[in-house]
Design a protein around this ligand. Structure first.
Ligand SMILES: NC(=O)c1ccc[n+]([C@@H]2O[C@H](COP(=O)([O-])OP(=O)(O)OC[C@H]3O[C@@H](n4cnc5c(N)ncnc54)[C@H](OP(=O)(O)O)[C@@H]3O)[C@@H](O)[C@H]2O)c1
Length: 261
């Protein structure tokens, strides 16, 4: 018996799947045979992200979903289930955050950041479980961050006024790690695995324009460079596939070795 990376029977939902990392993850899952539903708030952003890629064809679908709203999450999952008859994998990738300056974050901004980075992952996890129970198998993959594992080196932001790495981001991402372990323990005997991926430095193209910033990030890694989104995608293929059936409750770093140093 060989457990493979073949995803051709899998229906995978990924929140925020048209964002910087989501596009590469979605493409890779489809390349390995999956049917992928990108769950997001903006159909136009989805169309623009995957424009001119006819090869993705019917394997790539959009479903309207605002992860800030339980009702919206429920509607999206219901729609996907109605269309496909099963849901196999949920990737909690979307996030939103407000407030940057650690000395001045308001109560409201703190709450919004925790909501968009942690509570939204909980909401979607709670809502997908009944669908995974129907299969007696399934995968939940949460996107955490290296900043949920280690604190940021704030000196790298010194020359970039306005660019900060606020505390509630890492706090919430650390919470995502614990949520992952909790649900792995709860659901493992039902054939459902729950893991987190902790990406390292994969700055957006806009951030990459900041002169000298990339070099500062690169120095913090073992491999001496920032990551390409395509280099993150493979772990999602593995975790979505049958090959990962004995991997659960883990926070897997894909960070060029940042957290090893
Ligand atoms: N890039 C990195 O270096 C890095 C490093 C570590 C961890 N991460 C994590 O990786 C994940 C993806 O990050 P990214 O860099 O790809 O960021 P991104 O480009 O900003 O993508 C975030 C996605 O989340 C969506 N989103 C925001 N609020 C939403 C809501 N209420 N409902 C549904 N979707 C919503 C956004 O869609 P809209 O267009 O609708 O806003 C967007 O598609 C995040 O969890 C992030 O924390 C990233």
């Amino acid at each position: 018996m060989i457990y493979t990376f073949d995803l051709s029977t899998k229906v995978i939902m990924i929140t925020g799947g048209y964002g910087h990392l989501g596009v590469a993850i979605s493409r890779s899952l489809i390349h390995h045979g999956a049917t992928v539903y990108v769950l997001g708030r903006n159909r136009t952003n989805f169309d623009n992200a995957f424009r001119d890629e006819p090869e993705l064809d019917k394997k790539l679908q959009f479903s309207n979903c605002d992860v800030a709203s339980t009702a919206s999450i429920q509607n999206a999952f219901k729609e996907v289930f109605k269309r496909e008859g099963h849901i196999d994998v949920l990737i909690n990738n979307a996030f939103y955050l407000q407030g940057q300056n650690p000395f001045e974050i308001s109560d409201a901004d703190w709450s919004t950041g925790i909501d968009g980075t942690l509570n939204s992952v909980f909401r979607a996890t709670r809502e997908v479980i009944p669908y995974l129970f129907k299969n007696k198998s399934g995968r939940i993959i949460n996107v955490s961050s290296m900043y949920g594992v280690v604190a940021p080196d704030l000196s790298i932001y010194d020359d970039y006024p306005g660019m900060l790495n606020p505390p509630h981001y890492g706090v919430a991402k650390a919470g995502v790690g614990q949520l992952t372990k909790y649900y792995a323990g709860l659901l493992g005997k039902d054939g459902i695995t729950v893991n987190a991926v902790a990406p390292g430095p994969f700055p957006s193209e806009k951030v990459q324009q900041k002169s000298g910033f990339i070099e500062k990030l690169a120095e913090k890694t073992c491999v001496g460079r920032i990551g390409k989104p395509e280099e993150l995608a493979g772990i999602f293929v593995y975790l979505s596939s049958d090959a990962s059936s004995y991997t659960t409750g883990q926070i897997i770093a894909v960070d060029g070795g940042w957290t090893a140093l």
